[in-house]
Design a protein around this ligand. Structure first.
Ligand SMILES: Nc1ncnc2c1ncn2[C@@H]1O[C@H](COP(=O)(O)OP(=O)(O)OP(=O)(O)O)[C@@H](O)[C@H]1O
Length: 719
């Protein structure tokens, strides 16, 4: 009886197996080999090979001859049943160098196979552990690709909205999903679509488009694309590099048309309606291609169905719907998701329906909204409504607060907040000019600040977002503030990791914008702070309206069980302010504000002059500045800007003065003249590096902890 000895995977003599040359018939296989007379045992989660001794010598002998033809057997992970693991050739660690050396000999195709189909670090241990995601596998049967993606992202269990909607999505139901911001809606609709995508590799029509996802902003489309790509990275190999494709404005349409021509590209498309309509109208073939989709998704649906997106979206639905009818295929599955679905957001939809009349007593808000939606969007059947936050409007993981100040002191209190709580902060302004100005103001105060707004090019928006994320990572170690200042284009859906605070520099115009802005913090299971800065007048008017909408939850009104509406929340807790710190910041803030006004006004004036000169050149006339003065609007506008500028030496002096002030450390309780005097031995704290990073004598406490302590303190005093 010949003895079995352990052999290394690379010493095995694999024989390649002839298979048909079209990928489809591989049933997901990318290359196939077989071997006989070798046993495989799983030891410590790793495949170990045992060959008969005689085989072993031959194996070594022949291995050298067949080395460069080596095609390694890879089984598409989706075909691996639990517990059944084919013998996958894998090098153990001491052969790593040879393995790398071998790879150098592989020709391009083999390179592609080795690198594309199976990442070397995904050894059996990982594959075995992948199926051990019980919280997911008890929900439904998922492909190994999806489980592998979820395991790699560390998503050990589904969020509530995912657990409730994924089985419905896999069951091809139409869905209307509502869940608080940061609760995982992207994968709630993304995973059922990815499962169809994985299955499509076994279907004959491997080029068919599987799904279309529409988002209201380019950034969100980019983010959803990245999110889905990460989950399905295992199957998205060179061959499928463009299978999940983002098609948005702001980037080259020619390139997007070229990418759509690649074999296997655009099986899942994430698009903004404007650009997608432009592509459809330029190329009828795309109408046929995307008319065949299985699933259509509207992310941030309420925003998509207003703000002018709806007209474009309606045209897209008509083009694809007409094709669908002609091809007499059943209608596609439709899933619409948002954190906010409130009837007043759907006025445009309900314009030809007076929704008050059509509203049945006790009908809840979601049903009313859905009724209007169904007049505009053709569903396969009545969508299943999944509402995981019927009561609260703002995620319960967000601590809200308010800073009341004079209208001209907004800058000062933003500066105060950032000085006191140097974390990662997102500041929202209602106007692009305010974004630019605040960005200049904070940079003058040596605070890392970046801006994104809709009048920037797409490339610059994405670049600034990237720079902000990198700087935030760097600064968090140094406990320094990093700020992203944004207009509401950034409010929706952006998932920027680690945002600790959201500041509303201006009060949002509607409740849903407030919810979406605040939802940029407290993502998934994290907590965060949302601070509104408003004047006393605003507190009495727009803030009261905002709070009333946020607190009114009609979900409580059930037919026959009329319960009184929750008393709307009269107050949001005021943020405790250290007046002595504010007083030390006042002069710096004033100089920085003036310099920021000067910067913005000077840039704007020079832009106006250039524009006028260019316009005059184009018209072949002299740029006569008098013309400009004759135009009262231009003249007034110009005067306003000139009044904000200062003479060059004045600007230089102010800057020098500001830098001098910035070199003086802030100190709590200015009254204490001596470091060792008073109740707290400041010197001791300094030596032991206790207390606030940049304010002497100030205790180190974050805004979230401060508000939580305050809330608990209030509870205690009420008892
Ligand atoms: N099952 C999960 N386990 C852990 N984290 C998850 C899970 N699903 C999603 N996440 C993470 O939670 C964060 C929020 O996800 P996502 O952006 O999909 O939320 P959302 O509900 O779409 O938010 P918004 O309403 O702001 O668009 C992301 O960072 C995502 O990676």
């Amino acid at each position: 009886m010949s003895k079995k000895v352990q052999v290394k995977p690379k010493d095995l003599k694999w024989k390649s197996v002839q298979v048909s040359d079209t990928l489809d018939d591989f049933g997901g296989f990318y290359g196939l080999e077989e071997i006989d007379g070798v046993d495989v045992k799983i030891i410590d989660g790793k495949a170990t090979f045992f060959a008969t001794e005689s085989k072993n010598n031959d194996v070594e002998q022949e291995q050298r001859e067949s080395e460069d033809q080596e095609l390694i057997e890879f089984k598409n992970l989706d075909d691996i049943e639990e517990g059944e693991l084919s013998a996958l050739s894998e090098s153990d660690s001491d052969d790593e160098d040879d393995e790398i050396e071998d790879e150098d000999n592989l020709n391009d195709d083999d390179d592609e196979l080795t690198e594309n189909v199976f990442s070397a670090d995904l050894d059996l241990q990982d594959v075995v552990s992948l199926v051990e995601l019980p919280e997911w596998t008890k929900l439904a049967k998922f492909s190994m690709t999806t489980l592998q993606g979820l395991a790699k992202l560390g998503f050990t269990k589904p969020t509530e909205i995912q657990a409730k909607t994924i089985p419905l999505g896999l069951g091809n139901h139409d869905i209307m999903g509502k869940a608080s911001t940061g609760s995982g809606k992207t994968l709630a609709y993304g995973i059922p679509m990815l499962e169809n995508f994985v299955k499509s590799f076994k279907s004959k029509d491997n080029n068919r488009a599987i799904g279309l996802i529409f988002t209201p902003t380019r950034e969100l489309a980019q983010q959803v694309t990245q999110h889905l790509t990460k989950v399905s990275e295992l199957i998205l190999k060179e061959k499928n590099k463009y299978a999940i494709l983002s098609l948005t404005g702001g980037l080259s349409i020619q390139k997007q048309e070229r990418l759509l021509k690649y074999q296997g590209s655009g099986k899942i498309v994430i698009a903004t309606p404007g650009r997608f309509l432009e592509l459809l109208e330029k190329n009828n073939e795309l109408i046929e291609r995307f008319g065949k989709i299985d699933t259509l998704v509207l992310d941030e649906a309420d925003r998509l169905l207003q703000d002018g997106h709806f007209d474009e979206f309606e045209k897209i639905l008509k083009l694809l719907g007409n094709y669908r009818k002609k091809s007499s295929k059943s209608h596609w599955q439709t899933m619409i998701f948002s954190a906010t679905f409130s009837t007043d957001l759907f006025n445009k939809l309900a314009s030809n329906h007076n929704h008050n009349k059509n509203k049945n007593d006790g009908e809840n808000e979601m049903e009313t909204v859905l009724k209007h939606l169904m007049t505009k969007i053709h569903f396969k059947s009545k969508p299943v409504i999944v509402d995981t936050n019927p009561d609260e409007k703002v995620s319960s993981q967000i601590k809200e607060s308010l800073i009341e100040c004079a209208p001209m002191e907004r800058d000062l209190y933003v500066y105060y907040f950032l000085a006191m709580y140097p974390g990662t902060t997102l500041v929202f302004c209602n106007a692009i000019e305010s974004v630019k100005r605040l960005n200049a103001y904070l940079n003058l105060l040596n605070i890392s600040s970046f801006q994104i707004h809709s009048s920037m090019t797409q490339k610059n928006r994405l670049k600034n977002l990237e720079k902000f994320k990198q700087q935030a990572q760097h600064n968090s170690v140094l406990n320094k503030a990093t700020v992203l200042i944004a207009s509401d284009v950034a409010a929706r859906g952006l998932d920027i990791p680690g945002i600790q605070h959201v500041i509303h520099y201006h009060l949002p115009r509607t409740a849903d914008v407030y919810i979406h802005r605040s939802g940029r913090t407290a993502r998934h299971k994290n907590e965060g702070v949302s601070v509104m800065i408003c004047s006393p007048q605003e507190s009495m008017s727009s803030l009261r309206k905002l709070r009333k909408v946020l607190s009114s939850n009609e979900a409580h009104l059930k037919k026959g069980k009329f319960r009184s509406k929750q008393k709307w929340q009269k107050t949001v807790p005021l943020l405790p302010i250290e007046i002595d710190i504010v007083s030390q910041l006042r002069e710096r803030s004033k100089i920085a504000s003036e310099l920021a006004d000067h910067d913005i006004a000077s840039k704007s004036l020079s832009k106006d002059d250039n524009w006028l000169k260019k316009a005059a050149e184009d018209l072949g006339i002299d740029a006569d500045s008098d013309d400009e003065n004759k135009d009262t609007y231009l003249a007034k506008n110009k005067t306003k800007k000139i009044n904000k500028t200062m003479a060059k030496d004045q600007a230089r002096y102010s800057k020098a003065h500001l830098n001098e002030l910035l070199s003086i450390p802030l100190r709590k309780d200015m009254r204490k003249k001596y470091l060792t005097g008073g109740l707290v031995n400041l010197a001791d704290n300094l030596v032991k590096k206790r207390g606030h990073n940049s304010i002497i004598g100030q205790e180190e406490i974050g805004a979230l902890a401060l508000l939580k302590n305050k809330k608990n303190a209030n509870k205690r005093t009420k008892k």
